[in-house]
Write a protein that binds this ligand. Sequence first.
Ligand code: MN
Ligand code: MN
Ligand code: MN
Length: 277
Amino acid sequence: MIYDLHSHSSASDGALEPDALLLHAAESGVDALAITDHDTLAAFGRIDSPFPVPRLIPGIELSTTWRNIGVHIVGLNVDPASEILRRGVRKQQQSRSERAHIIARRLCSKGLPNMLDAVLQIADGEPACRPHFAEYLVSSGIAKDTKAAFRKYLGAGKPGDVRHCWASLPEVVSWIVQSGGTAVLAHPAKYRLTKTKLRDLASDFRGAGGTAIEVVCGQQSPNTTTHLAQLSRDLDLAASCGSDFHSSDNCWSRPGGFPPLPNDVRPVWTTWQTHSK
Ligand code: MN
Ligand code: MN
Ligand code: MN
């Protein structure tokens, strides 16, 4: 059985419609796929899949902060109809849209035109964020390219550098757990923390009710896998694995495209009594 427990559809920043993503996963040899879009459950209302394979595991990837660092928590086997989770998702979307308003206001106060409406149009129903602002700045000739847009207006220390106000780590974990799901600390290696800090994060996550950690996420070095497997054993967290697939733009990125979990960890699916539809 190949489980890919982290992927994105066009309901967030993935390239493929949910059905097309499932088909692509099937063609890539995946037996069970979790769709885990950023702060949205919209994919599950769009799926009309006639394929029995791969088995679909409803999921989500929630944004939060820990000691001022942006951290992602994946929820697996969640109930997309859960009222608690849906309320949480609305709260996340609200903080994204508030941030877009603040960015627009701050750029305006620096003498730029009010670009909020144009940016919302570019975002096309997705929560507007800095790349959408960059696209506007470039298309309207204010910045010569994306790099310049970030350097002058959106990057660190510039007016568009507005901090997100995500729900707290315990809060997002509790939404997942209360919707019947398993909370997973996503791509731990991507935060570039020291080993000590990563252990602190993982144990705070565990203290909040988290029960699993991504030991394998996409292509990663054997050293990283060994370190994360150790962490999962030490903290008694189940092990998850996923591609974090967004699109086929990179030839190395495909559903199921990651090394297998080591033998000495407890795979997260063995902790589930029943699998999802
Ligand atoms: Mn993404
Ligand atoms: Mn992520
Ligand atoms: Mn992701």
